[in-house]
Write a protein that binds this ligand. Structure first.
Ligand code: PMP
Length: 291
């Protein structure tokens, strides 16, 4: 067995009618292993060769996953990150053999990454619009969920690129008519675009999208994959994290947000709810101190 064969097939547990898919058990620690493998395999089919540069713009988990798999497959990863991400994620990327370029909040990360890839003669994966991101979840995460929670009725997920909600949500809706709930980060551009108003900025939940309205998220709206929007605050995410800690799951903030709303929707609707636990708290010491 190869290391990349350990990606996916993550377990699911049930707590009071809420089903939690434990994606942090992927080898590099998040659901992003799935999409990194899909995007890199796709790039290989399009001509990416050993020794070529692979560039990605990411708030961290995709950078860790892309670096890890690139090193195994023989590519040279260069990861562009916003300066706001936790220093631990940067250290992990570097220790795995990735090169890191940090950009300020005002810089356009997508543009920076594309230009860098051109300069290096490599490719820019562009997870926020790469359909391999969607496909990874449509072809792996979603069928796994259906085999683990056959009678799922509701799916709850916050969005970064939107790839998970798009892939899982589309599959579950097509097969089972599942109701999909998109968590919209409070104070984000998404809140403004989708709900017509933006509350004041507050603490950012690393992993969710605050500054852009990306292609895969647009597709979930255009294709009517999303049934309801719910605004999620950092305080609600922390409440969810505290509850997960009590269950023995030391999860990250986006998992806290997902769990908080999965429980709420279970209470409101009585439906069988599935959500993801994307990663663990260890990469985020700052939020750990605040819980
Ligand atoms: N949680 C965490 C911890 C993440 O890193 C991400 C991706 N940035 C998400 C949730 C959202 O996943 P997606 O990009 O598929 O919307």
């Amino acid at each position: 067995m190869e290391l990349v064969d350990l990606i996916g097939k993550t377990p699911m547990i049930e707590v009071d009618g809420v089903y939690l898919k434990l994606e942090y058990l992927n080898p590099s620690g998040s659901h992003k292993d799935r999409i990194a493998l899909y995007m890199l395999r796709d790039a290989q089919e399009k001509g990416l060769k050993k020794g070529d540069y692979v560039v990605e713009y990411t708030s961290g988990n995709t950078g860790i996953a892309v670096t890890w798999i690139s090193r195994i497959l023989g590519f040279k990863p260069v990861i562009v990150v916003p300066e706001s991400i936790s220093p631990q994620k940067i250290s992990i990327i570097k220790l795995l053999g990735g090169e890191v370029r940090t950009i300020s909040g005002d810089e356009n990360g997508e543009k920076y990454a594309q230009e860098l890839a051109n300069e290096l003669g490599g490719i820019y994966l562009a997870q926020s619009r790469n359909l391999a991101n969607f496909q990874a979840h449509y072809e792996t995460t979603a069928p796994e969920i259906l085999s683990q929670a056959e009678d799922v009725e509701c799916f709850v997920m916050g969005v970064g690129t939107g790839g998970t909600l798009y892939g899982v949500g589309k599959y579950l809706k097509e097969r089972k008519g599942v109701k999909n709930f998109m968590l919209v980060p409070r104070g984000s551009v998404l809140q403004q675009e989708l709900m017509g108003k933006k509350e004041e900025d507050e603490e950012i939940l690393e992993g969710f999208s605050y500054h852009s309205f990306d292609d895969l998220i647009k597709k979930t709206i255009e294709e009517k994959i999303v049934d309801e929007l719910r605004v999620v605050s950092a305080e609600q995410a922390k409440e969810g994290m505290r509850m997960l800690f009590k269950l023995g799951i030391p999860a990250g903030a986006t998992a806290g947000a997902n769990y908080y709303y999965a429980r709420k929707i279970r209470e409101e609707r009585g439906c069988k709810v599935v959500t993801l636990i994307p990663d663990l708290i260890y990469k985020y010491p700052k939020i750990m101190e605040e819980l």
